[in-house]
Design a protein around this ligand. Structure first.
Ligand SMILES: [Zn+2]
Length: 542
């Protein structure tokens, strides 16, 4: 999961039985800003400014810590950075503030963090100016500082403290803050962990503290946030929706190939969208306004394929009741897309080769040849080169077709695209559908998608029909998907490797999957290349 893919309305939900607002599975309490103002004032009066600031910060700290852990339970983040960045995405949905201009220096390996940024519209600064008037001599956003401290502490795995450097309540345009590990600030100036002097705390404050800890304004600015997230960095070019660099490369190559007249060979597993890429090339070429003729070579009986492609004259065989132009000619100045070209028989392959070499066809039963002007895009879901080696496909035809080869990776090798495609298909069915639950997102991202994009599209449509405008739950998924994946430890049987050995085997497994590409493997595992290197090279424990 990437931070930018989080959708607050999928995280802040309502319990169907009670109507209570929920954050993941945690119950939330909606409290108005005036309540907090009164609480803050009372606290300052009873305890003085310094201690009340500490209480408010501690309150935020526990909330932030719990929120970070709950979020990690909901989603598998691609990396600790993405987990860290998720705070900024979710902050507006809590009604507390909007963060901008963040500068992040984060090294999860060495547990170092320096995070600076700006809070706009902090609720605490707003409360101050609404009810107190005048400029404060100190920053006032204590709960907010505490929440960010707690949230980052969970991620870094050691204490982080946020200092508010300047505050809107002091008369500035906005608040600025800086987060660092606690040790870098010197002692714990806000006593986040130390017990407070009991004298300061009467029962009433305990009660209010508990109440405030759970309080949130959750559903405000929901539409605003939704709009903001909709314009994410995903790309849609002529219907090809993607974010992965792998697919970006394919689109880039297709754009380069489009204006030429070269024959293109699109290869990829079934359901990866080969025809979409062919249409993209057609549209982006000068032939874009001419016909796009598609033929699936596997769907037409062997006896008819010749006349489909090359045409026939009346009476050339029993069923030939009239002259027929072949598709190669019918495509005119346009593009002919020949899918599953690996299914062509040897005889047709020979004729196709001749037609491509001479740029003309002779219809069945005819003597005169007709010129071909169309551009040819072929596609196959088998590895044609392998078929050539096995003698099942003509080598000369293979070279003639693969002037410009494109290999579309299967969906499981570009997991970044799964969620945006799923959302794309869902919004095409219903733009205002409430989306997927976190469990479903996790399942979709972990699933291996043997049927690729077509299977994903069918799955979304199936779930959409069952969900009847509710968020899509696990129970709405097709059975093939809802099944729990097999336990990965089944294969270990009586073998009990040490955790280090297990990590080493796992790293090798992922590396095999990426065909030795270490950067890609590290990205899949959510670790740095250095960590991957360490995994691979660690010696077995003795
Ligand atoms: Zn402030």
């Amino acid at each position: 999961m990437l931070a930018q893919d989080l959708r607050p309305e999928e995280i802040f939900r309502r319990d169907r039985a009670t109507g209570f607002p929920l954050f993941g599975s945690q119950r939330l309490l909606i409290t108005g800003v005036p309540t907090l103002q009164r609480f803050g004032n009372d606290l300052r009066t009873i305890m003085g400014q310094r201690t009340s600031a500490t209480v408010m910060t501690r309150l935020g700290y526990d909330t932030g810590l719990a929120a970070a852990m709950a979020l990690a339970d909901m989603y598998e983040f691609d990396s600790p950075e993405e987990w860290l960045k998720s705070f900024k995405v979710l902050l507006p949905a809590t009604g507390m503030a909007v963060e901008r201009d963040s500068q992040i220096h984060f090294d999860p390996e060495n547990k170092t963090l320096r995070y600076t940024g700006i809070w706009e519209k902090s609720f605490e600064a707003q409360v101050w100016s609404m009810f107190t008037g005048g400029a404060s001599d100190k920053p006032v956003c204590h709960v907010l500082s505490g929440i960010v401290s707690g949230f980052f502490t969970a991620i870094l795995g050691k204490d982080v403290l946020v200092h508010e450097l300047s505050c809107k309540a002091q008369g500035h345009d906005y608040c600025t803050f800086e987060a660092r590990p606690m040790e870098e600030w010197g002692e714990d100036p806000l006593k986040i962990h130390e017990p407070l002097d009991e004298d300061w705390l009467n029962d009433e404050i305990h009660r209010l503290q508990k109440e405030l800890k759970q309080s949130r304004e959750v559903l405000e600015k929901r539409d605003q946030e939704l709009q903001r997230l909709k314009t994410g960095p995903e790309k849609n070019r002529h219907g090809i929706v993607f974010r992965s660099p792998e697919m970006g490369k394919i689109v880039e190559l297709a754009e380069i190939a489009a204006p030429s007249n070269s024959t293109v060979l699109v290869q990829g597993e079934s359901g990866t969208g080969k025809e979409l890429v062919a249409r993209f090339i057609h549209k982006a070429s000068q032939r874009g306004d001419e016909p796009f003729v598609a033929i699936n070579c596997a769907a037409i009986p062997h006896t008819l394929i010749e006349s489909e492609l090359f045409g026939h004259l009346k009476g050339s065989f029993t069923d030939a009741r009239a002259d027929k132009k072949g598709l190669l000619v019918e495509a005119g100045q346009g593009t002919i897309f020949m899918d599953e070209v690996g299914e062509l028989g040897m005889e047709v392959q020979a004729k196709l080769l001749r037609a491509l070499q001479q740029r003309e066809v002779r219809p069945l039963g005819g003597l005169k040849t007709v010129p071909i002007q169309a551009r040819i895009i072929a596609a196959a879901n088998q590895d044609l080169r392998e078929m050539v080696e096995q003698g099942a496909f003509r080598q000369d035809l293979f070279y003639r077709l693969s002037v410009f080869p494109l290999l579309i990776p299967p969906l499981r090798q570009r997991r970044e695209d799964i969620l945006i495609l799923a959302r794309h298909f869902l919004s095409r069915l219903d733009p205002s559908h409430p989306g997927f639950t976190p469990e479903v997102v996790r399942r979709m991202q972990a699933y291996h998608w043997p049927g690729n994009i077509r299977e994903l599209e069918n799955c979304v449509e199936y779930a959409y029909i069952l969900s009847s405008r509710e968020p899509i739950h696990m129970r709405h998924l097709p059975i093939s998907m809802a099944e729990k994946p097999r336990d990965i430890f089944d294969d270990l049987a009586g073998d009990f490797p040490t955790p280090r050995e297990l990590v080493r085997r796992y790293a090798r497994h992922v590396l095999q999957h990426t065909e030795g590409n270490k950067t890609q493997a590290a990205r899949l595992m959510g670790v740095s290349p250095v960590t991957l290197w360490r995994y691979l090279n660690q010696e077995a424990e003795t």
